[in-house]
Design a protein around this ligand. Structure first.
Ligand code: ADP
Length: 636
């Protein structure tokens, strides 16, 4: 007996103890694996050029045996050798990004989430079966192998018997319980329904044997007490329609069919947020069917995530994930592209240079963009929902291309607006802006609430200008790399000279600054390199002081750099400016102490005004002891 790898074991445990109501999906998962195996063997034999695999002879068979309580799914696909059995069925294929919640926190909803997010593939068999046996003979080999498991304890691998190439999976169903009636699946018609519902589009025949009984004609010499007799006839029928859904026009496919196809193919439990169907004819013909997931694929967050669309040529899958078809910023899109104009034997290297492919890519990109823009326009709520997942992708792309992708992506961006109290696009910001306004103002910080209450944001809003409140690390980098939108300069209110005062305000400010020049210089000197200067603030604020950034690096950026796990002391830090609220009673008291020549008190005030302002911005005080001492000094 071999043991399952830890992650597999946990997933198996979930399957075995599953409360998941949708247990019937086991069939679609196993059929989908069989279909993949047929794709693979066909492609392999094409590559080998041995003509050993005839496409029209590829099939999947589904049957059940009521008495033995078994369901059998078999295919004449690629099969598995001992090593593949161990690697594929002993370990969970989608590992890496799998994180299981454990202990008290684990909720039923997490289970459903996991089953939905990953589509659990082969292991879903254990939702309905307590014994699973796999007999498989790999392509190009004469030896068959078996894999058997009764669940958590482990599995065993051995040699077996199988007539031809392919894989047969036999599930022995569990006994019925109060919770679930497993026997419902031991019925050919019930299985046929499931196949039609979940696997209709599979491009290989899914065959089932139906037994029909016919009444036997009464023989002429039948005795008086002849009873009606029946004869049974077996008929093997293909139960799926086999028409690839992506070749159909959108009008001919129901939403439900698309949703079922999406969920089955991409192992997602949630209906997609949007379906894009493309049928192109011309120099290059192709059909494409794309889906925007409503919830970001969980793997998307992991390093091992690979974007890409499945590539078919005339119905033959030639590549599972063709990266070249999707730009990174739309990497979350899932789907299929099928073009008769692509060579079956195309290699990755050839693909990269393929003109056809880049034509398809450009068209796909445009379609995705148009669909997102349409959703933004027509179904704002849905867009905001998916934007939570994909917005960072767009922003990161703009930043990492130094604004290169902003012509495509900037219309898709949204930020919380200080004035509107909701998300707005840059276009909406501009439309609502004052006529002469030539800037788009944004502020960066930890939370919308905190930003809304900063003096700078309040000050700008007071002047009648909206401010975009940016709370993601990447926001600032993204907007800075864009520079302008629609002819308006993007301005960080935390770092730029805003120049929003009227002439009188400017004059008054200059006067106060002059009158207090000495005080400010002395305060700056006593703070040393903590600040670059001390100034009278032009922003309305309730607090006595605040810190703003004087140079290009904002406070948020400084915080971001400092939060990086491997930052050294050389990370750029903001030039801190201590701004004082000259109308505040504390500043009045400070001015009085300064006039009285009470240097100790002035120093204590200065330190506290600085440290408090720093804390308000979410930074830590460097010297807590000095801070406490200053407070005590003023308390006695
Ligand atoms: P996934 O299909 O998402 O990779 P599964 O857990 O369903 O994950 O299957 C794991 C692997 O086992 C597959 O990737 C495939 O390599 C192999 N496999 C499963 N079923 C078959 C089959 N019927 N024929 C050949 N290989 C199979």
């Amino acid at each position: 007996m071999r043991k399952f790898k830890t992650e597999s074991k946990r997933l198996l445990d979930l399957m075995i103890n599953s409360i998941y109501t949708n247990k019937e999906i086991f069939l679609r998962e196993l059929i989908s694996n069989a279909s993949d195996a047929l794709d693979k063997v066909y492609l392999e034999s094409l590559k080998a050029g041995d003509g050993s695999v005839v496409r029209s002879e590829l099939y999947i068979n589904v049957s059940c045996d009521k008495d033995a309580r078994t369901i059998t799914i078999s295919d004449n696909g690629i099969g598995m050798d001992e090593e593949a059995l161990e690697a594929n069925l002993g370990t969970i294929a989608h590992s890496g990004s799998l994180e299981f919640k454990e202990g008290e926190d684990a909720k039923e909803s997490d289970e459903i989430d996991i089953i939905g997010q990953f589509g659990v593939g082969f292991y879903s068999a254990f939702m309905v079966a307590d014994h699973v046996k796999v007999v498989t003979k790999p392509y190009g080999s004469d030896t068959a192998y078996t894999w058997e498991s009764e669940g958590l304890e482990g599995y065993s691998i051995g040699q077996g018997e199988r007539e031809g190439r392919g894989t047969t999976i036999t599930l022995t169903l569990r006994e019925d319980s109060d919770e679930f009636n497993y026997s419902q699946f031991l019925n050919t018609y019930a299985l046929q329904d499931l196949v039609k519902r979940y696997s209709d589009y599979v491009r290989y025949p899914i065959m089932m044997k139906f037994t029909t009984s016919f009444p036997v004609e009464r023989p002429e010499d039948a005795p008086e007490d002849w009873k009606q007799e029946y004869r049974e006839e077996d008929e093997v029928r293909t139960v799926n329609s086999m028409v690839p859904i992506w070749t159909k026009k959108k009008a001919d496919v129901s939403d439900e069919e698309y949703n079922e196809f999406y969920k089955a193919t991409f192992h997602d439990d949630t209906d997609p947020a949007a379906v894009i169907s493309i049928h192109a004819e011309g120099t290059i013909s192709y059909d494409a069917l794309l889906f925007i997931p409503a919830v970001a694929p969980r793997e998307m967050l992991s390093r091992s995530f690979k974007k890409g669309l499945t590539l078919y040529s005339s119905n033959v899958m030639i590549m599972d994930k063709c990266e070249e078809l999707l730009p990174d910023y739309f990497g979350f899109v899932r789907g299929i592209v099928d073009s008769p104009d692509l060579s079956l034997n195309i290699s990755r290297e050839m693909l990269q240079q393929s003109k056809e492919l880049s034509t398809i890519q450009r068209r796909i990109e445009k379609k995705i963009k148009a669909e997102l823009a349409r959703m933004l326009e027509d179904d704002r709520e849905k867009y905001e929902e998916i934007y939570k997942y994909y917005g960072p992708n767009f922003k990161f792309s703009i930043y990492s291309t130094y604004g290169g992708t902003s012509s495509i992506l900037s219309d898709l961006l949204m930020f919380p607006s200080a004035m509107e109290g909701k998300m707005v696009t840059l276009g909406e910001y501009c439309a609502a802006a004052q006529e002469e306004q030539d800037k788009i103002y944004f502020a960066t910080g930890d939370t919308v609430e905190r930003l809304n209450s900063t003096p700078t944001v309040k000050g700008v809003v007071d002047k009648g200008f909206d401010v975009l409140l940016c709370t993601h690390d990447v926001d600032e980098f993204c907007l800075m790399s864009m520079g302008v939108f629609d002819g308006k300069q993007l301005v960080n209110v935390g770092t730029a000279e805003l120049d929003l005062e009227t002439e009188e305000e400017k004059a008054a400010h200059e006067k106060v600054s002059e009158e207090n020049a000495e005080l400010f210089a002395d305060m700056a000197a006593s703070l040393g390199d903590k600040v670059t200067k001390v100034v009278a603030s032009t922003m309305p604020m309730d607090s006595a002081s605040c810190i703003t950034a004087g140079g290009m690096v904002s406070l948020a950026m400084e915080k971001y750099f400092k939060s990086l796990p491997q930052h050294d002391d050389e990370v750029p830090s903001a030039e801190h400016v201590l701004e004082l609220n000259m109308g505040h009673p504390v500043i009045k008291a400070l001015q009085k102490a300064y006039e009285d020549g009470d240097t100790d008190t002035v120093a204590a005030y200065t330190l506290i005004l600085h440290d408090q302002a720093l804390m308000a911005e979410g930074f830590q005080i460097e010297d807590l002891e000095a801070f406490n001492e200053a407070v005590y000094k003023l308390m006695v």
